[in-house]
Design a protein around this ligand. Structure first.
Ligand SMILES: [Fe+2]
Length: 323
């Protein structure tokens, strides 16, 4: 062990649970342990961490390790690279698996928004969506665990991951069981706001209501998203529908097309419900999060804006899973 101790503020280090380390993997971040008030370098990046290392740490009652905050992105990339083994492992509890999946998905979405025309990033998203579908199908507790770790602060990335989770679960609830369809729907959820990558961040992150000109730009994000999705040529048709129609409303008052209910895809109906639900149950720059119960009431009060049958199914699903 490197004896080089660092006496830094706790602010610079973030804890990670030892269960998130895949035994026999090479780490891409420096790993620290805490001794008293000091963070001691335990293992340098690019080194192998094996089962014996983990065994020794656990034997010494060390189950929490630390990384420097500068390595947060590297750690998420490590989780994404190791997600398959970690999800398969019987040593990792389901709650930790949900966190690993969530963080891996955030990692991918972040990279897609940075570079929305990237073929490799889209391929990575397909991997993660595959794991998400398998995870949700794998156990009745999976969705509840994914709900529990849902962050209540609004960022496009976390919102995208939440919408993906809700959509796959809602699709199952509606009787869609074909894995290919569930993955296509999940992809639509993860990428539904892809077009926001083309909207200036000053508009996306504005801490207040948008003025008319800004709102006009914002309303273009579904169209931008469809254009981007079509240029990559790797995004399925269901996703493209979700990206393009997730702000449409059955009464024809939505955007960008003002489509009427008969012109709207069922996938768009599903997406618009979960999109609004996730948005109003998270803290946004101009409004605080509603409770799940409040949000359900809000959706029911505004049921004319949604497909009512699907809305009722969604609310029932949340009640059963105790969101
Ligand atoms: Fe949107």
């Amino acid at each position: 062990m490197d004896e080089n101790t660092l006496d830094r503020l706790e602010l610079y280090f973030t804890p990670i649970n030892i269960e998130k380390i895949n035994p026999n993997s090479v780490i891409n971040f420096d790993l620290y342990i805490k001794m008293g008030r000091k963070f001691v370098l335990y293992k340098n990046r690019h080194l192998l961490i094996d089962r014996d290392d983990i065994g020794r740490l656990l034997h010494n009652a060390v189950d929490t390790l630390y990384i420097h905050i500068k390595d947060k992105k590297n750690f998420r990339t490590y989780l994404e690279d190791n997600v398959e083994n970690l999800l398969k492992s019987e040593d990792v509890p389901i709650q930790k698996k949900a966190e690993i999946l969530h963080d891996s998905a955030i990692n991918v979405v972040e990279d897609i928004f940075d570079n929305p025309r990237s073929g490799p990033a889209i391929q990575r998203s397909k991997q993660i969506i595959g794991h998400t579908v398998d995870f949700i199908l794998g156990s009745p507790q999976s969705f509840a665990n994914l709900l529990r770790i849902r962050k209540h602060d609004f960022y496009t990335y976390t919102h995208s991951v939440n919408v993906c989770t809700f959509l796959v679960s809602l699709a199952r609830e509606l009787g869609i069981s074909d894995k290919k369809d569930l993955k296509a729907i999940g992809e639509g959820g993860l990428l539904h706001d892809l077009g926001k990558s083309m909207v200036p961040s000053a508009i996306i992150n504005k801490p207040g209501k948008l003025v008319k000109g800004e709102w006009e730009v914002m309303k273009k994000h579904p169209t931008y998203g469809v254009d981007l999705a079509k240029t990559t040529r790797e995004i399925n048709d269901i996703s493209i529908i979700i990206i393009g129609q997730h702000h449409e409303k059955p009464g024809g008052t939505g955007y960008p097309g003002g489509l009427k209910s008969e012109e709207l895809s069922i996938f768009a109906n599903m997406a618009s419900i979960v999109d609004v639900y996730d948005a109003i149950t998270t803290n946004r720059p101009y409004s605080t999060a509603r409770s799940p119960m409040d949000a359900a009431h809000f959706l029911l009060e505004n049921k004319a804006e949604f497909n009512e049958k699907i809305l009722l199914k969604f609310i029932k699903m949340l009640a059963v899973k105790k969101e």
